[in-house]
Design a protein around this ligand. Structure first.
Ligand code: ATP
Length: 221
């Protein structure tokens, strides 16, 4: 079977989308020659509390943030499904639509550390590779269960992503940006400006709708 260029998948809560997500997506498309990066907001993330912003708001911010940016595409399939947003269900759907395309599920180290607790996590490797990226501020030392998964599947060269449909882990080191949605929410809750951490057009809409003002400020530097 001849394979088409790999497609990246960046799932997350995007509560809100920020420049850490957007630069990460662009760098990976460029560095790895991906056909595109799908940004897939989670409706009901199974591993964390309900996002502060609604699914509609989070999808809208993604849409305006990536407008006219080649290579990045909003995929709202998880918002259209009922029940918890399990990644394996998303990958089953994508595989049916893209039978000859390697799928590369992007994960920051913070997220990969918890992978062995995910719903049917072993099945992810039947449908996708994992593209593991460093995250500033995240401990590189993994819990034993996640380290074992990494040891069993790590491929040293990114070329592995284009050579099979699924099953490998490849590490990638895009230029680090220490930006998180939780810090943006904390700044807004404290009445401080998060400008330049996220697109101005997204910030303007957040301020307009007063989305994160009611949150209790979390500890932040
Ligand atoms: P929160 O602070 O609310 O936890 P977040 O900033 O981690 O949010 P998510 O939408 O939960 O954003 O992240 C989606 C994916 O993007 C995850 O795999 C996460 O590791 C990765 N990611 C987010 N921000 C960065 C960043 N600055 N650098 C590298 N990876 C990132």
């Amino acid at each position: 079977m001849s394979l088409t260029r790999p497609v990246g998948i960046l799932g997350g809560t995007f509560d809100p989308v920020h420049n850490g997500h957007l630069r990460l997506a662009i760098e990976l498309v460029d560095q790895l020659g991906l056909a595109e990066m799908r940004l897939i907001p989670s409706a009901r993330p199974p591993h964390r509390g309900e996002p502060a912003a609604s699914p509609g708001q989070r999808a809208k911010w993604l849409r305006v943030a990536i407008a006219e940016q080649p290579g990045l595409r909003l995929d709202d399939r998880e918002l259209l499904r009922d029940g918890p947003s399990y990644s394996v269900d998303t990958l089953v759907g994508l595989r049916a639509e893209l039978p000859d395309t390697p799928l590369c599920l992007v994960m920051g180290m913070d997220v990969f550390a918890g992978l062995p607790d995910w719903h049917e996590w072993q099945r992810l490797f039947d449908y996708a590779h994992i593209l593991l990226v460093a995250r500033p501020g995240t401990d590189e030392a993994l819990p034993a269960a996640a380290q074992a998964v990494l040891d069993a599947r790590l491929q040293p060269h990114a070329a592995a992503l284009g050579q099979s449909l699924a099953g490998a882990i490849v590490r990638c080191e895009p230029p680090p940006l220490a930006i998180s949605a939780s810090r943006i929410r904390s700044l807004l809750a404290a009445g401080r400006s998060p400008r330049f951490l996220l697109p101005d057009v997204v910030l303007a809409d957040i301020l307009d709708a007063d989305v994160y003002r009611q949150q209790q400020p979390a500890d932040c530097a």
